[in-house]
Ligand binder design. Structure first.
Ligand code: SAH
Ligand code: SF4
Ligand code: F3S
Length: 449
């Protein structure tokens, strides 16, 4: 069978899609372009209204392929699938499988049964209480990614119930994966040539607080993974500020392969809004974490998520957010207009901020961020660093080949190099020669590479 996967949403969804693709390939299925596929899999995101709406328009596009091949069918997975469930079967007759975040483990088998005509329609929507280990496609089918980078799940779900957020409803309760299984997967990846690992979870700092973590804290887990031979770069995402332990902050100064960057979602800079959001930290606590991080690792690059126009947010609240953004000096941020999601607490909070007002605040915030980003990147001109090569740059010219790499903090560094191929997954020493708007330009440094 030929399949095509479209992924929306966070890195956890990206990772889930990669796993699903490998599990299907292990069954002899083939990835295919949009025009040739027989099975269309949409891995969906429900965090705001926009990505949810995209799922419906995408399913409409898939229906058009039925004219080419009446056997074409679709599967919907991820957070919108968990939310809408069997509702997809009524609205879209060509949807034959829906699977939620825990149901994904059974998706390859279900797709196979449907394709063979042994099942008509399947819904895998149950949550399970423990982290369910997924099948690991056998060694021959697990090609080491050419980029030599990998994601590793350490937990599922979220127990925080921030007032605006649908994730606890779509991903279920927090379930830590057994630490030995995490370390074992990381070790196997490193042994097969992977040099950079990102540990994934909705709130990695609360790893181990449920019983699945077998009493191992996130700081302990980080240490165990960082000690694996051959692992040059270790990252993790996402961190909730309220749960970050002093030992995790200290790890930035102690573990040489723990990369100097942290995504630490602030959401709002106003104490009143943070309280209404049920974030359970305030400005003072957040700033003390930032200070401790900078003390542990002075070159740490901080990034964040921000919501504008949360119900009740005043102009003064919004200015507090601008002020915090300036004070912390985030290298970059993702910012969003508050979007009502079904079933979350904020739906009933008043007054709602008018969309034009929220749009105007978002534009002001993003323009401030752009100027801070430019300043942060400008400061790096002249700095010597390493670029881990991920692939060819989008921009090429008549000269040498432009390669795209990342510095230890994850910033994009484009470097011109004589080699036209064979550099993926290589670490190249570079000097930063120019800061662009959102990326850096480097030059190979004269080192014994
Ligand atoms: N677990 C992660 C966030 C996952 S959702 C964390 O806690 O940091 C990613 C981001 O989407 C959130 O950080 C938030 O900024 C944004 N978001 C979530 N719900 C939203 C909503 N209803 N409207 C607008 N943005 C939202
Ligand atoms: Fe959503 Fe809050 Fe959980 Fe993050 S911590 S996933 S924002 S409920
Ligand atoms: Fe979206 Fe679900 Fe991730 S709502 S952000 S795909 S956890």
């Amino acid at each position: 069978m030929k399949f095509h996967i479209t992924t929306f949403g966070c890195q956890m969804n990206v990772h889930d899609s990669e796993w699903l693709a490998r599990a299907l390939e292990a069954r002899g299925w083939e990835p295919a372009g949009e025009d040739e596929a027989q099975v269309y899999i949409l891995n969906t995101c429900s965090v705001r209204d926009k990505p949810e709406q995209k799922v419906y328009s995408e399913l409409g596009r898939v229906a058009a392929h039925l004219r080419r091949d009446p056997a074409v069918f679709a599967a919907v997975g991820g957070c919108v699938a968990q939310q809408v469930g069997r509702g997809f079967f009524d609205r879209f007759p060509h949807v034959r499988l829906v699977f939620g975040s825990d149901g994904i483990a059974g998706a390859p088998g279900a797709l196979e049964r449907i394709a063979q005509g042994r099942d008509d329609r399947v819904a895998l929507l149950d949550f399970v209480n423990i982290y369910e280990e997924r099948e690991r496609p056998n060694e021959r089918t697990v090609a080491v990614p050419e980029t030599r980078q990998a994601f590793v799940n350490i937990m599922q779900g979220c127990d925080n119930f921030c007032a605006y957020c649908i994730v606890p409803y779509t991903r279920g309760r927090q379930k830590s994966r057994h630490p030995d299984a995490v370390v074992e997967e990381c070790r196997a990846l490193a042994a097969s040539g992977v040099r950079e690992i990102t540990l994934l979870g909705q709130n990695v700092n609360s790893f181990g607080l449920d019983k699945g973590g077998a009493g191992v804290s996130f700081a302990d887990l980080l240490r165990r993974v960082a000690a694996i031979d051959g692992l040059d770069r270790l990252r993790f995402t996402t961190s909730h500020p309220k749960d970050i332990a002093p030992e995790v902050i200290a790890a930035f100064g102690e573990l040489p392969n723990l990369c100097p960057s942290l995504h630490l979602p602030l959401q709002s800079g106003s104490d009143a809004v943070l309280k209404a959001m049920r974030r359970r930290y305030d400005r003072t606590r957040y700033l003390s974490i930032v200070d401790a991080l900078k003390a542990a690792r002075p070159d740490i690059a901080l990034t964040t998520d921000l919501i504008v126009g949360f119900p009740g947010e005043t102009e003064a609240d919004f200015r507090d957010t601008l002020e915090m953004v300036e004070r912390v000096g985030y290298e970059s941020s993702f910012s969003f207009k508050y979007s009502d999601r079904p079933g979350v607490a904020a739906v009933n909070m008043e007054p709602k901020v008018a969309p034009e007002e929220a749009g105007e605040r978002l534009a002001r915030l993003q323009s401030l961020q752009n100027s801070i980003t430019r300043k942060c990147l400008k400061k790096l001109e002249g700095v010597r660093t390493d670029a881990f090569i991920e692939g060819l740059s989008r921009m090429q010219d008549d000269g040498p080949t432009w390669w795209k790499g990342r510095d230890p903090a994850g910033r994009i560094v484009n470097v011109p190099l004589a080699e036209g191929d064979g550099l993926m997954g290589m670490m190249i020493p570079v000097s930063i020669v120019e800061a662009k708007k959102h990326s850096l330009v480097g030059e190979k440094a004269g080192s014994p590479w």
